[in-house]
Design a protein around this ligand. Structure first.
Ligand code: HGY
Ligand code: MN
Ligand code: MN
Length: 401
C-alpha cells in the first residue's frame, strides 16, 4: 500500500463530523454517525461486500464464505470524544477496507469469512458508557441500562436509535454472532509514543491496563455567594476540588493515571454556592491492585474531607474494565509475522478489550509521532498508516486465507 492510496481513501472520511472549533463531534446515532455509516456502506458496496447491521447497531461488511464459522473480524469504531482526533477508531476501519484491497490485488482468497466492523459508542462520548456496542453484543451491558443511558440533552439511547429508525427494543447479547467469530484484530493509532521511541511504524499490543470511570456526586447546600459566611457553607465544590487533587496524588503513588475531565455543578451559576457537584474520575493503573488502591485511597480521603465540608459523597462505577492480557499465542504469532514488531501495553480502552474475554483477540498499533490523542492534534504519518494497512493485510492473510 502506498501512502497516496491511503491518503486518497482517508480524505473521503476526514471531513465527516469535523467541528468548527477543531476536532471531531462524531457522536453515536447523530447525523455525523449516519454519514460515517453511509461512507462505510459505500466502501463495502465498492468492494461487493455484504453489509449487515446487528441487533445492537454494530455495522459489518463481509468478504468470503459466510456459511463458514470462525470468521476473522477486524475494524474499530467511528465515534469520537468531544473534539477528538481523526484517527482514534476510524483508522482501524479505513485500514481494514484497504487491507482487503491489498489481499485481492495479491489474488488471495479467504477460506474463512473476513468481516470489517464498526462498533457503536466505543468512546461513550454521547451516552457516558464506553464500548456500548461490543458490551451489548457480549452480554457485558444490560440492554435496559443501555436503553436508558442519556446524553447531555437528556435524550436516551433508545430515543436516539429510534430517531434513526434503528430498533432499540432488540438490544442485547448476541451469542450466536459471537460464537461465529474465530478471532478479532483491531488496528488503532497508538495513543502514546512508544513506537516513535522504537522507531517502528507498527506494533502489537500485549495488554490493556485495568481502568474505569466513576461518577462522584457531592451534595451540599445551595446558597448566596455574596451573603453566606464561609463558616456557614456546605460547599460541595470544595470536596470535589479535593477529590481531583487526591486522585492525582493516589495515582502518582502507584504509578497509575487519574483524570477528572468532566465536572457538572448545579445550579451552575457564578453567584450561587452549588447544591450538587458531579465529577467523573477516569482512573487506570498497570494492575488491578494498583487501580483498587487509587480508588480506595481517594474514597477514604474524600469521605474525611466531606465531614469537614459538611457535604455528602456518593460514588457510582459507570464502567470498569479489568486487565486485558491479549491472547499470547496470537500476539506472538503476529509479532513474528510482522518482523518482530514491538510488543507494547496500552492504557487506552478499546472494543478489543471487550471481545478479548470471548475470542482470541489482538491489536495492531500505528505510530503516532506526538502521542497526542483524544484531541484535534492527533495524527499519524500517511507512510505509517500505509505500513499499518500492509501489516493488517499480512495478518488477515495469515489468519483467514
Ligand atoms: O478512553 C479510552 O481509553 C478509549 O479511547 N475509549
Ligand atoms: Mn478513544
Ligand atoms: Mn479508540
Amino acid at each position: 500500500m502506498d501512502a497516496a492510496e491511503f491518503r486518497s481513501l482517508w480524505d473521503g472520511l476526514t471531513p465527516i463530523g469535523l467541528s468548527q472549533q477543531g476536532g471531531y463531534l462524531r457522536y453515536s446515532w447523530s447525523e455525523a454517525d449516519q454519514a460515517c455509516r453511509n461512507w462505510f456502506r459505500a466502501q463495502a458496496d465498492r468492494r461487493d461486500m455484504e453489509i449487515e447491521t446487528d441487533k445492537n447497531g454494530n455495522l459489518y461488511a463481509w468478504w468470503g464464505p459466510r456459511h463458514e464459522r470462525n470468521a476473522v473480524l477486524t475494524g474499530s469504531h467511528f465515534d469520537s470524544v468531544p473534539h477528538g482526533g481523526a484517527y482514534d477508531g476510524p483508522l482501524g476501519i479505513a485500514s481494514a477496507f484497504l487491507a482487503i484491497d491489498v489481499l485481492r490485488e495479491a489474488g488471495a482468497k479467504p477460506r474463512r469469512p473476513i468481516g470489517v466492523v464498526a462498533f457503536t459508542e466505543e468512546e461513550g462520548g454521547r451516552f457516558g458508557v464506553p464500548c456500548v456496542g461490543s458490551r451489548l453484543m457480549t452480554g457485558a451491558l444490560d440492554p435496559d441500562r443501555a436503553r436508558g443511558l442519556t446524553d447531555a440533552d437528556g435524550i436516551t439511547l433508545a430515543e436516539a436509535m429510534d430517531a434513526t429508525a434503528a430498533d432499540p427494543t432488540i438490544l442485547g447479547a448476541d451469542p450466536e454472532r459471537l460464537d461465529g467469530i474465530g478471532a478479532f484484530v483491531e488496528l488503532h493509532i497508538e495513543q502514546g509514543r512508544a513506537l516513535d521511541g522504537a522507531d517502528a511504524p507498527v506494533g502489537v499490543a500485549s495488554a490493556i491496563w485495568p481502568h474505569g470511570r466513576w461518577r462522584f456526586t457531592f451534595t451540599g447546600e445551595a446558597n448566596h455567594a455574596g451573603t453566606t459566611l464561609l463558616a456557614d457553607r456546605c460547599d460541595p465544590m470544595l470536596t470535589a476540588a479535593f477529590m481531583v487533587l487526591a486522585a492525582r496524588k493516589e495515582a502518582r503513588i502507584v504509578g497509575g493515571l487519574a483524570t477528572v475531565g468532566r465536572v457538572e455543578s448545579d445550579p451552575g451559576a457564578a453567584n450561587v454556592i452549588p447544591g450538587t457537584v458531579r465529577a467523573w474520575l477516569d482512573a487506570r493503573a498497570p494492575d488491578q491492585a494498583d487501580l483498587d488502591q487509587i480508588l480506595e485511597g481517594v474514597q477514604s480521603k474524600v469521605n474525611e474531607r466531606a465531614e469537614r465540608d459538611r457535604t455528602q459523597v456518593s460514588v457510582t462505577a459507570e464502567s470498569e474494565t479489568p486487565l486485558v492480557d491479549f491472547d499470547g499465542g496470537l500476539r506472538d504469532r503476529l509479532a513474528a509475522l510482522l518482523g518482530s514488531a514491538p510488543v507494547l501495553p496500552t492504557g487506552a480502552g478499546h472494543d478489543a478489550a471487550i471481545l478479548a474475554a470471548h475470542v482470541p483477540t489482538a491489536m495492531l498499533f500505528v505510530r503516532n509521532r506526538t502521542g497526542v490523542s483524544h484531541a484535534p492534534g492527533e495524527r499519524a504519518d500517511d507512510e505509517d498508516c500505509a505500513a499499518g494497512v500492509d501489516a493488517l493485510a499480512a495478518v488477515l492473510r495469515e489468519l483467514a486465507c
